[in-house]
Design a protein around this ligand. Sequence first.
Ligand code: MRU
Length: 390
Amino acid sequence: MNVTVRGHTRHYRTVTFDREKNHILLIEQRLLPHRFEIIATQDFRETAQAIRDMVVRGAGAIGATAAYGLAQGVRAFRGSDAGRFRGHVQTVYTTLKEARPTAVDPVNAMNEVRRAMSAGKTVAEKQVLALNAAEEFANEDVRHCEAIGRHGVKLIRNGMRILTHCNAGWLAFVDIGSATAPLYAAQARGKKFHVFCDETRPRSQGATLTAWELAQQGISHQIIADNAAGHLMQRREIDLVIVGSDRTLGRTGEVANKIGTYTKAVLAKRHDIPFYVGIPLSTIDWELKSGLAIPIEERDAGEVLGAWGAISNPQSAIRNPRTGRPAYVRVANPTSGARNPGFDVTPADLITGIITPAGIFKPQELWPQRRKLGFVERDMIVKNGARCRV
Ligand code: MRU
């Protein structure tokens, strides 16, 4: 999407690859909305660290970063010994996979890269194929988000008030976003609507990232406290909910997404408000049979006990809210601890529809419609290097 910084507008992708330097270029999302910076990771360990520390975050974006990270690691291998190379690839794969456990996109993305590499005979050939496959994953992510926009746009009518949670925007993908794709498509068609961004504690991706994206794009929006959605729904001030997903189970239609999504789905059901989820095909997990089996990331307690923002002298902050130094402040009682699950799982019966690049489906239709949703290409899963049938 286009980003305007200090009066200059330029198109950016969230994740790109510098072939010459073998670096991955990432928008430093922890600094947004206060500062816009691109950073480079120089090797696969730094790339895994960037995923872990949430320099880059969001299912599709970490999927593309992991795909590039695998290619980066593979390209850094020196020599031609096939056995050593296999061991190296496994180390890179595992390091990137373990960076964040809940989103399935990194695993699906790296499996695509490995599948492509298997067509190469030599280390050199595999190195070329790895980067081509990572580029293809990134490009496909963009195409999928565009298609989500084309299908989802029909859900948005003039005058609607739409709730979204966390950031499933272009920063969470390579471009465009999943939950935001229908919004951007509706804006392009001249529709007028208003978005409520859940603040999304503890890391506030709604207040910082989604709000920044929508502001950049000129879309009418307001940030609400996470606890405010029920009140607005009760007063008929929300007409539609669209969220993203970090892992959607193809067999059951359950959706893992940022913590607090389940609560919003329960509220939407109670108030008879349509609840949609936008996903590219790389977010579908065809393997797991129950949402209870989804690994839910437990993050550092410090995220709950404090908050990030930009510190400045209060007087200058009032005059110019854009100034300030990024900082973390402790909010909670100093002697208290915290529990911090990063995601929750929304059951299929609370979801009105899943907006995919292949159309909008009821969650229960994913499995019967699996051929349309990429299952054929994905029915062989690479598990720790070994190929096995699902
Ligand atoms: O912890 P994050 O920021 O990586 O979480 C991912 C998310 O932003 C959300 O869960 C999002 O709604 C789905 S990712 C497209």
